[in-house]
Design a protein. Structure first.
Length: 141
């Protein structure tokens, strides 16, 4: 059964741990947050229409020191590499038991891996949407 793509105007959150290699103070997020592990096919994100920022930060598998980034699905789909070629990313619903609103950023066609240039583009897009500790989001999407 094919996975349902999210609407273009949906906002998604990506949870970022404050670990060495993933985050450099004061607010530099590394591309390690946007690279797949060998067993993964997509990067986990959470639909803002279903989850609050607080519920993502304190949800399953989260750390108390995590923080959030956000982006619009249309901006993820529109990402290009430095040669202005489409990166062919999509955001699809991936239901997970006890984890409502879970979705994944995936490379198309299905089965392709997220490239280093896609990881950098995602990092640059999501960093612009950095959320502060009070869950007040600035402009940026």
């Amino acid at each position: 059964m094919p996975l349902e793509p999210l609407e273009d105007d949906e906002t998604v959150y990506r949870r970022i741990p404050r670990w060495d290699g993933f985050f450099s103070p004061p607010d530099h997020v590394t591309t390690a947050n946007f690279k797949l592990r060998p067993q993964e096919v997509g990067l986990s994100v959470y639909k803002a229409s279903v989850r609050t920022p607080e519920s993502v930060v304190v949800g399953i598998g989260s750390l108390a020191t995590s923080f959030l980034l956000r982006a619009k699905v249309r901006n993820i789909r529109g990402l290009q590499n430095t040669a202005h070629e489409a990166l062919n990313l999509d955001v699809v619903e991936v239901p997970v038991e006890d984890d409502p609103g879970h979705a994944e950023i995936r490379k198309t066609p299905s089965g392709s891996k997220i490239t280093p240039s896609a990881a950098k583009a995602l990092r640059d897009l999501f960093v612009k949407c950095l959320a502060d500790a009070d869950w007040n989001f600035g402009p940026g999407d």
